[in-house]
Design a protein around this ligand. Sequence first.
Ligand code: B12
Length: 216
Amino acid sequence: MKKEELIKKLYEAVKDGFIEESGPLAEKSVELGYDPIEVMQGITSALKEVGADFNDGRIFLTELMFCGETAKEAMNILTKEIKRQKKTVPYLGRVVIGTVAGDIHDIGKSLVVAMLVAEGFEVIDLGIDISDETFIDNVRLLKPNVLGLSALVTTTMLKFRDIVVALEDADLRDKVKVIIGGALVNMEHAETSGADTFGSDAIDAVIKVRALLDLD
Ligand code: B12
């Protein structure tokens, strides 16, 4: 199967929520040696359209959930491949990352994790629906260079500010750089929440984390 055809099939599988098709298609792309990052574009563009359909009331939550799960099946295989392809890279620093409390979106965060690992960062992924206290405890314990916060819903994005304040209260704010991200997040949110910066996608996340640590 040609790369373009495979990407199109994956796009259609995610849009239609055909969960039994997405994993095998992702596996096939790995087998054929296609660039996992390129293949992911089919998934992300389908998810963007699915999100817009949900927003406009064209599909129900159950359908959104199916599409999300379908995407995740393929994403898990592709992110594993990105990590596997990791070249021998010098150690660049430690990043602790998680999705904030009340938020369970993790497809994009997992992609950010995979790209940071491939770049040479040690990444501790705390998971989803992470309380402010858990973020603070892990910063205190693991002393990361960077803390990454992911949130995709307008209401959970308010957590960015709470976590930055909690870092200040714990006397940890000057010991760690904070980067935020999520589909609706922009630089203005970074400024109002007191984070150092934001990343628009996984590639931008790597660029911004490198810049935060003066690695360029
Ligand atoms: C899939 C999905 C789901 C799945 C999530 C499955 C999973 N395991 O993640 C399910 C079905 C569970 C879900 C649930 C809900 N969802 Co939803 N979901 C989506 C959808 C369609 C795609 C998200 C996605 O995975 N995109 C693909 C990835 C690759 O992109 P990404 O997440 O944006 O991540 C990239 C960047 O943002 C960035 N990034 C992400 N995190 C980080 C972190 C850092 C540190 C950095 C630097 C960068 C970074 O890099 C990533 C990689 O490129 C979006 C629509 C959209 N356009 O985003 C809605 C969307 C986010 N969901 C939405 C909503 C409303 C919900 C629900 C509240 C629905 C409901 N009524 O229950 C629940 C929330 C549940 C909860 N408590 O969190 C809304 C939010 C709207 C708003 N204004 O707040 C959206 C925008 C859909 C819409 N248009 O209405 N959802």
